[in-house]
Design a protein around this ligand. Sequence first.
Ligand SMILES: N[C@@H](CCC(=O)N[C@@H](CS)C(=O)NCC(=O)O)C(=O)O
Length: 258
Amino acid sequence: MGHENIHPVATGPAAETVAQHQDPQDRVLYAGWFCPFSQRAWITLEEKKISYQYKEVNPYNKERDLHFLDINPKGLVPAIEYKGRALYESLILCEFLEDAYPDHTPHLLPKDPFERAYVRLWIDHVSKAIIPAFYRTVQAQEPEKQQTGLQEFCKALRTISEKAKGPYFLGEQFSFVDVAIAPWAVRDYIVKEHRGYIRAAVGGGWKEWAEQLEKRESVIKTFSLPEHYRTFYATYLRGEAQGEIAKAIRSGRGSSGI
Ligand SMILES: N[C@@H](CCC(=O)N[C@@H](CS)C(=O)NCC(=O)O)C(=O)O
């Protein structure tokens, strides 16, 4: 049992954003409303007010969408078609949008080389520590494994939160560190409802940072109604999800970065 029957389109605030981005454009975002990686690229487009066309893809039904496999042979969302050429991998897309639209503010990567590397360093922590722990916690079936996962997840969140200056990671400047982590901040109620996670118990100022992230307009505009994520994550919570990430986590891979 996989995700073949997930809700077909975005709902709530994200549905309004999708409706505003249907006209053909030179930039097409191929995304899944449910997908946190897609949300990163989508937040970046919204932050920088870059015009784009939104196309919903269910990546779990690959055989039905051959055009999408031309765009991303890995069959994963998000992907961007840019003047007929294609790119994929959420963090690469975010940096590409920053580079391709240098006049569009806000700048999500600082100019200073040290600061740029510092942003990438903490994005790496999100990829290698926070995200694998999120999926391990959600997918674990035995109570002890759920507990170990939850402890890892909270520890990884605390480590990065202790470095966050507030209100955002770098201070007043919203950056790619915020973009990289925000989709999991707004999905953490799944871990709360099913695995006993409490935001305030993480420490390090995570609760305050997460609250800033979920209030950010670009984050709100790219998020669907909470009940639809509950349905989407139900297969993960039962340990039955069949996506690439779910399989990597189950087989013990996935700790080198997702
Ligand atoms: N490393 C990729 C991960 C993207 C990803 O795993 N997307 C999921 C949806 S959230 C997907 O397309 N899954 C389809 C599959 O696993 O077959 C990125 O950062 O863009």
